[in-house]
Structure formats: C-alpha cells, structure tokens
Design a protein around this ligand. Structure first.
Ligand SMILES: *Cc1c(COP(=O)(O)O)cnc(C)c1O
Length: 379
C-alpha cells in the first residue's frame, strides 16, 4: 500500500527536500508476505539493500535474521539486536546473522572469529584464510548457479562450480572446519523462476554426493533475488513461492534448515523519494527539469542496480515527454530522458515510488550535494 500523496506533501513541508521516506508498515507487510508464502524458509534480510538501523530494528522485531557482507554491516545488525542479554548473543549469531560475502579480508576474519559466525566461501584460498584467521566459523559453500533473466547478474563474480563443490567441502573438512551447508544466489530481481528450480536441483545433487562421502550437510541458503513489483510484468511472490516450496519438499527432508537472503523484496516498496524542481529549460524542443536529487544520490540505483524509477508529479494536467536530471554537473546524472509529466513550476515537488532498495544505500556526496534526508513513518 503506497504512502498517500497527501502524507508525502505534509512530510515534505515539514522536512524539505530531497527527502527519502521509509514506511515501516510496508516493510512489516513484505516480511509477513515472505513468511506466509515460504513457511519453511527463515528470512535473513540482506542489509546491503538498505542498511538503515531503523529498518534492521523493525525487521528484527518481526523475527527476521540478517545477511551481512562487511564488518560495518555486521556491527549495524549486532548493535541493533536488542532484547537478548549480551552474554547469550553469541549463541544466537548463526540464527540471526550470516556473513554471506565469499571473499573476506584477513582482518575481517580476525574480527569475526570471536562471534563464531556462519560464513560463506567458494574457493580453496578462502579455506586457508578461514582456517588461519577464523577457525571458529561455520561454513556454507556458495555454489554458482544460472542467473538467466535477472536484472543484476552475480554468477560471474561468485560461486563454486557444482563439479568442484564436494572437493571444496572435503578440503574444508580436512582443514578441521565444519561445512554446514550450501548457499547460492540466482541474481537480483529474478524474473525467471526456473533459476530457483535449477539451483535447488544442483544443490540437491551436491547434498547427495557429499552424503555418499560421509559428509552430511544440514542447511541450504537459497539467497536473494525475489523480485519487487516494479511493474505489472513481475509475477507475485505467491507464484514463485509455490514452485520453490514444491522443489524444497521434493528435494530436502524436513530436518534440512532452509534460509533465504531477501533484500530488495523486503524494502523496495517501502521507500519513496520526494524531490524539488530547481531548474527548468527547453532543449531541442524538449522540456527539461532539474531536481535536487539524482543518480549520485537516491537515484543511484539507475547506475548500480540497472533499475528505472518513474517520476510523478503531485499535480495533474496534460502531460508531455520530458527529460529529468539530477543537480550535479555530470551529464551521467540523468534520471530519465522520457518521463510523462505535466507542466511543472520551479519549486514544485515530484516523487518516485518503489525506491527503497539499492538507492539511499549507495548515495554519495558527489559535487558537494548531501544525500537525501531520511524520515521513518509508522515506526
Ligand atoms: C545482494 C545479495 C542479496 C540480496 O539480493 P536481493 O536480490 O536484493 O534479494 C542476498 N545475498 C547475497 C549474497 C547478496 O550478495
């Protein structure tokens, strides 16, 4: 359910622009939907999608766990996991946090070791590093799986080929480490549900082969990739989940623990940006608007996430095709070359919905323009 325009207007009158509005009721709805559709799966929120501590707290209160990929992300979660006495927190780390970056610096491993974390790996060098610097870590082997039809492809950077998987599990075991299970990522904003089916079948094959060699795996982490409803072509989670559940039940006995790392799905629809028109021109006959937010800021997902966001006006009226630019001096700072907008005046506001993931998270201070102010509603 989108934040009403009237609420956005009130917020912007109070806080100014650029503004980034986070709706915590929407985060709770998304989390509940995920749990409902995938009842066997514990959700580890991928913090990189939006690392705001208030989001971490809301999801923690709802029962979520967390996927982190750097020490600062680990700390954001650790410090915001309240309600557990500090002494027992360590025992809960595996249930609450997975360190899901297959490549970790030695210093990071040294920092992590005292938490006895669950970490992913996908190569032999990493086994040697973990053995030396984080011998108390539990391991999950990251498999390379098809990323066909995902908006953001990840398989070229991470993942062991399924043919070398069992040998990598043996290497880690021989080094005195414990391999708890497997993980994979089908690519972000996956529109191809067969990716999950193929990945689960690959993983089940590795489970069987490992068991044949006396290595019993007990968890499977099905990663992220669950698509946010940016447009009507995106199938609802319900459809994807039916297929995943059927494969999980067919391939993995009930005692196998199932994890997932949804990022985008939980927060994309919970973020709305509001910006102000600060400049206006007509170039080659086309109307151009300049906003006080752009691709170095809240709209960074246009560059890093290959995502396109619609810019909408508060007012209505006859529209024309416009270009919309950000405030910096770089021509790359282009939000859109084809938005349908009514005639706007300087000082008018515009807004973009479904911009909660991979947006504020990768905002910069480029050209001296600060990131948008963040306001939380329904927190
Ligand atoms: C980015 C990432 C995620 C989150 O992916 P979404 O597509 O946003 O759900 C999960 N796991 C890992 C390892 C990641 O790198």
């Amino acid at each position: 359910m989108a934040v009403p325009k009237s609420t956005l207007k009130k917020l912007v009158e109070k806080h100014g622009t650029p503004l980034f509005v986070v709706d915590h009721d929407e985060i709770r709805r998304n989390y509940a939907e995920f749990r409902k559709r995938l009842p066997r799966v514990q959700a580890y929120y991928a913090v990189k999608a939006n690392p705001d501590p208030a989001i971490v707290r809301t999801l923690y209160e709802e029962g979520a766990s967390f996927d982190v990929a750097s020490m600062p992300e680990f700390k954001i979660v650790y410090e915001n996991i309240k309600g557990l006495p500090p002494k027992t927190r360590q025992d809960f780390i595996w249930d609450k946090i997975i360190y899901a970056n297959p490549i970790k610096a030695n210093e990071t491993l040294q920092d992590l070791d005292r938490y006895k974390p669950l970490v992913t790996y996908d190569n032999e060098e990493e086994v040697r590093k973990i053995r030396k610097h984080a011998p108390h870590a539990g391991l999950a082997l990251r498999l390379s799986v098809p990323n066909t039809g995902a908006m953001v492809e990840l398989s070229s950077k991470f993942g062991a080929a399924s043919g070398e998987a069992v040998s990598l599990i043996e290497t880690a075991t021989a080094a005195g480490l414990v391999v708890e299970g497997l993980s994979f990522h089908v690519g972000s904003q996956t529109m191809n549900l067969e990716n999950y089916v193929q990945a689960l079948n690959l993983a089940a094959g590795v489970f069987r082969e490992a068991a044949d060699r006396g290595l019993n795996l007990k968890l499977i982490d099905i990663g992220g990739g669950f698509p946010a409803p940016y447009d009507t072509q995106v199938q609802p989670l319900e459809v994807l989940a039916k297929r995943i559940n059927a494969e999980l039940d067919r391939l993995f006995p009930p005692e196998v623990e199932i994890l997932a790392e949804p990022g985008r799905f939980l927060v994309a629809t919970a973020g709305t940006s509001v910006a102000k028109v600060i400049g206006k021109a007509r170039r080659d006959g086309k109307r151009c608007y300049y906003l006080d937010d752009g691709v170095y800021h809240t709209f960074s997902g246009i560059i890093f996430d290959h995502c396109q966001y619609h810019v909408e006006a508060f007012k209505s009226g006859p529209t024309e095709i416009c270009s919309v630019f950000g405030p910096t001096c770089d021509a790359l700072d282009t939000i859109s070359l084809a938005e349908q907008l009514p005639e706007l005046k300087l000082g008018d506001y515009v807004f973009s919905r479904n911009i909660g993931a991979y947006s504020a998270a990768s905002s910069t201070w480029f050209n001296g323009f600060p990131p948008a102010k963040v306001v939380h509603i329904n927190r």
